[in-house]
Ligand binder design. Structure first.
Ligand SMILES: Cc1cc2nc3c(=O)[nH]c(=O)nc-3n(C[C@H](O)[C@H](O)[C@H](O)COP(=O)(O)O)c2cc1C
Ligand SMILES: [Fe+2]
Ligand SMILES: [Fe+2]
Length: 400
């Protein structure tokens, strides 16, 4: 049975959610599921905004059919040609053979790579600033390359002031009946997942996201329709500011994350002692993670949130403990920058973790490594407590 939601007058959400998928992009755990949003506009011409992932094909096709109510589908606007939004494009074209596909020039070859139906005869190619009218509504298109793929664009309804923003402003998390962000406690229930989505999926492309934010910053946006997660019709500025911080690699909070990589628990012990010393200096909400038991996507997300990052690692076969090395390389790949870093290393015969961690972090932009880094030999000794206290002082001072 169809399951659709009215957004405004003639605009409907026809997407769906997947709570069975373990790994989004076969890489990121999604314990709260994910939604694939798609929208239908019933104007003089009917318009579908993107399609959905293969997993929810049946629900989506029923939804589209129900909203169209026997009308033909005139246009599909393809804002993003990644399979989580275009896996059902071929089926839509088969069901509505007269449909025209509105997309930009970069999208055409990608459609032809994924599909055999030959889009050229039905393509309406648009470029930056072009207008398209479906009757009462007129749309403008803004190119958003690399937010998250090169062909991405966003579509703005100039009449109802609605931005169809593709992956931008999306989040992990299945829809729970409440379609609108103002119907949920977004900050409490969704923000962490929104940050994890942005930082891991789009985080590498901060400058591209900044360019898009500048373009849409001048628009009067009353409703924001992303391809994943809730639709926004209030507090859009608040959410945009989060995006502004994330995409400019500005710490979202003055906060400390401690991530440790420990085999037998001695490095973990050092991390715990440091955390206690930080708390005694008034630092609240310290986030502490074992890198071996925490998914890297959580740690990437926390690195985007926190201003201060402590990495504590045992030496492992002449290098950094594997899961810590993976995290640091992942952070570098995601362009994490502008952070204050403190290091703690441990080892029993040839301590190397600190040097190797410094090498990776030094290749990242604008990272300040505090001088008070500490070396442990196998376990924390009484005479090193002062060093830990000094590191806590340095972190507390730098947080001010
Ligand atoms: C597989 C393995 C490889 C290691 N390689 C090194 C090494 O190359 N250099 C070194 O100083 N210590 C090495 N160590 C020792 C640990 O770094 C050291 O015992 C450290 O104190 C462990 O801290 P933890 O208690 O937090 O696991 C290795 C340990 C293991 C289990
Ligand atoms: Fe995408
Ligand atoms: Fe997506």
């Amino acid at each position: 049975m169809y399951c659709v939601k009215n957004i405004k007058d003639d605009l409907f959400w026809v997407g769906g959610s997947d709570r069975r998928l373990a790994l989004f992009e076969n890489a990121y755990p999604i314990p709260k599921g994910i939604s694939y949003n798609s929208y239908v506009l019933l104007d003089e011409k009917t318009v579908l905004f993107d399609t959905v992932d293969r997993a929810i094909t049946g629900q989506f096709l029923e939804n589209v059919e129900a909203v169209l109510g026997g009308r033909n589908l005139d246009y599909i606007i393809v804002n993003h040609m990644e399979p989580d939004h275009c896996a059902t494009l071929g089926e839509v074209v088969r069901r509505y053979p007269d449909v025209k596909v509105i997309c930009n020039a970069k999208t055409v070859p990608i459609i032809n790579q994924f599909y055999e139906f030959g889009v050229d005869c039905r393509a309406v190619i648009v470029k930056e600033g072009d207008m398209f009218s479906s009757g009462k509504h007129t749309f403008t298109f803004y190119m958003a390359p690399m937010v998250h793929w090169p062909e991405v664009m966003v579509t703005y309804d100039t009449i109802d002031k609605i931005l169809f923003s593709a992956d931008a402003f999306g989040t992990f998390g299945a829809m729970n009946g409440n379609l609108f962000a103002d119907e949920v406690n977004f900050e409490r229930e969704w923000l962490d997942e929104a940050r994890r989505y942005y930082s891991n999926i789009v985080g590498k492309y901060g400058p591209s996201t900044q360019t898009l934010l500048k373009k849409v910053g001048d628009l009067d946006i009353e409703i924001l329709c992303p391809l994943h997660g809730p639709v926004w019709r209030s507090d859009i500025c608040w959410y945009m500011n989060k995006y502004f911080a994330w995409s400019s690699y500005t710490p979202e909070e003055n906060a400390v994350m401690i991530a440790y990589g420990s085999i037998y628990g001695n490095t973990e012990n050092a991390a715990n002692i440091l955390a206690c010393r930080l708390a005694e200096r008034g630092i609240r909400n310290i986030a502490m993670y074992d890198v071996s038991s925490t998914h890297p996507s959580v740690l990437i997300s926390e690195a985007f949130r926190c201003s201060h990052l402590v990495f504590a690692s045992a030496t492992y076969n002449g290098g950094i403990f594997t899961s810590m090395e993976h995290l640091l390389l992942d952070m570098k790949a995601h362009n994490v920058q502008n952070r204050t870093v403190a290091l703690m290393e441990n080892g029993s015969w040839g301590v190397m973790a600190g040097k190797k961690m410094t090498e990776i972090i030094s290749e990242m932009k604008n990272m300040t490594i505090l001088d008070q880094s500490i070396t442990f030999k196998s376990s924390v000794k009484e005479d090193q407590l002062a060093e830990i206290a000094a590191l806590a002082n340095a972190i507390a001072e730098s947080l001010k």
